[in-house]
Design a binder for this molecule. Sequence first.
Ligand code: SF4
Length: 455
Amino acid sequence: MNKPKLQIIVLFQNLGDEKTYFARSPAPPLAGALVAGLTPPIVDVDLLHEMVRPIDYNTDADFIGLSFMDYCAPHAFEVADKFRKLGKTVVAGGKYPSTFPEEVIPHMDSVVVGEAEPVWAQVVEDMVNGKLKKVYEAPLAPSLDNIPPPRYDLIESDFAVPVVTEATRGCKYKCSFCQLTVKPTPYRCRPIEDVIRDLTATSKLPFHKRKMAMLLDNNLGGDMGYAKELLKEIAKLKLWGLGAQFSFDCLHDDEYIDLLVEARCGMAFIGLESLNEPSLSSVHKRQNKVEEYKELFEKLKKRGILTFTGLMLALDEDTPSYYESLPERLDDIDPSSILTSISIPIPGTPFHKEVESEGRIFDKDLSHYEGDHLVFTPKRVSSEDVFKAYRRINKYFYSWKSIVKRWWRFISTMSTKGNILKRIFRSLIISSVFFRLSIFQRDHAQKKVYTITGS
Ligand code: SF4
């Protein structure tokens, strides 16, 4: 007898645009494959990332599981309403449903509030037996032991790096714009053997896709002792390339950088957010020191690790002269890739509370809270300043001339020590990651720039 079918859909779509836009990221987010891995075998599972393929409303799935970020909530409600009219049972979970369940519940058959691991098997069982409850309350910060490996085999072949996992959850810092401040949880580490098991649960993937992986932690270096032990174990896997996310201050620890190199880390995502010290202070990102950016990024470049960073505009201490100086200063610090965004007052964060209490929010349409729209009035710059800077930086940074210049600078900065064949192989891998990332971000930046909507 055929089993019932669950389709997990990870929404990711730019909304409010005339032309629908799908971001083709090299790696998928973790949530979908993770929940698929948690699903008991009483149902067949399918996984759809809206980043790479549109939703099929003619699916033969009986149940739909939705995962989405805050700004996708209005889209999620439309998708859920449509599926429910077609007779499907729709369940939602994740950060937004956990934070604002009262908004999500009316649109869904069921909502998981909290981290899904301890309750998901029960949700699926109840779904199959027709006993689904409206709300499943999961603990806010359960133990991370024994989480099954993500279902990489269900991830679309469009993703160049399907092997994604996390070693930790949470962050010891409290940047006022960060989603993690909404319902703060303690910093938690998974057992190292579980993380290694995830990174090797790849037998159903083509060989070349087993050799690259991404650790999608908020801050891998939140517990340095743990991070170092983990990297020592990852080094034994002899990957071709590893990506990791961690906070800027970790770069002070040379042993950590050595271990990243041994684990074959080729790309580090580090949120610089701003090159303006007062802007960083305004969002309590005090662990970042602008005067150290160049020197510490240089350390990574010399060791063959690409630096990918977020850069936020419209922070309260930004000024027109800061924006004017940005291309030159970026050139000096020389990150390999940047993700420029307009700061988002995510509901529930201290940043949101601040701008809201000052009556500065003029756009409450959540679908605009994705980093391309300006939804509040900044203190020292106009919306014209913000959008002009946004376009100018992206145009400059992602011109082919700048991309090739950065690539050459990177390759020529890499250390010339060690076995020549290994160095050539590493340069090829790093160059491939660099160009893929640059092309993705270039395309992303060109398609996502909105016309001025701020007042
Ligand atoms: S360092 Fe990063 S993850 Fe940690 S609170 Fe700040 S923005 Fe969030």
